[in-house]
Design a protein around this ligand. Sequence first.
Ligand code: SAM
Length: 395
Amino acid sequence: MENSEILALLTPEGLRLLDEVPSYGSGADVLRVSAALRKAGHPPALVAAVLTQARLRQKARAKFGEFADRMLFTQDGLEQSTRLAVAALHAGRYRQAGIERVTDLGCGVGGDALALAALSLEVRAVERDPITAAVAAFNLAPFPNAAVEAASAEDVQLAPDEAVFLDPARRSGGRRVGADEWSPSLDFCLGLLAERPTGLKLAPAFDRTRIPAEVEAQWVTAGGETVELLLWSGPLQREGVRRSALVLAADGAPRELTGGADSPDVEVAPLGRFVHEPAGAVIRARLIGDLARATGAGMLSEGVAYLTGDVPLDSPFLATFEVQAAMPFDERRIARELRERGIGRLEIKKRGVDVDPAILRKRLNPKGDAEATLLIAPVDGKRTAILARRVSPAA
Ligand SMILES: C[S@@+](CC[C@H](N)C(=O)[O-])C[C@H]1O[C@@H](n2cnc3c(N)ncnc32)[C@H](O)[C@@H]1O
């Protein structure tokens, strides 16, 4: 969405028209609605802006639910925004810490700021890009306890103990950039983390060696995807907690594993009746050892994030697969096994081996109505293919 399009929308006529346009999905609808609006005499540029916004709102429902219909978005702002269920967890941290006022330095279209404001915190939302700031102001307008400033984070005067939230932009010019190009800069963010109560959202794959030892690092898996790493400092971090894996289940309930440090792995066990795959957040937080001890499972192989045992496990922190056959990793042998079992729907997972699942799938060319999961990993030091039935539902 172009800047001029957003400005056209932020007018009484633009907003009225946007309210009138029903959400649409298919290309045919776009043409029909567009033609009808032009025929009604609305300027083509405004019609284009309204239709783009309606499309963004529809896309935004995946992150913001029905709130999306009352918000405005830029393409970039939507892509970079925190989904509401996760933003609510961030906001809850400030509440639990007894913090009443938060400055969000780089608020984007206001995903996190919205959740903070909804929990009645006093929110100062700062955004460098003026158009994005205008969008955030629109989205936060229902909250008298939130104010938006179009400014650079680096220029903002903060009171000595003022709490901040930071979600630096990890893209520039439409592409992902490395940590040293994030904005506000990583040094600026880590500086605030060290000096005041701070929540800092980073990419889940962020280099662990750059995580300050004294803060709490929390990885979040939502909808089966590991979406972020949060660093919490001061009263926002919990006593004795340095590592945490939070899994947001399909029912919306957060479940968490915490530890004081990376947990040592358990012993390797022989391949059992079941293989378990820990959630991404557990793997990133290096809490697999604690999870294994709590569930009685063993490691499938040293340094490889699969567990194994003889009982199925019902845990939000892992997915369980029932082993049907295990064989050396030999494509012809696997293809034969798939053929004999009529397996056409195949989920391929791998860890600790250099295999490209997309290429493998093409080569195996599975056909049939049955479904299975193929897990490829080293077992006893040999590349092994484990054909299994998924017991836990896919996220
Ligand atoms: C990842 S987005 C924030 C998303 C937000 N947390 C949400 O949920 O909608 C980062 C935002 O920071 C803004 N930004 C980048 N550098 C900034 C700076 N130095 N000062 C203020 N804002 C900045 C970008 O324009 C972008 O909108």
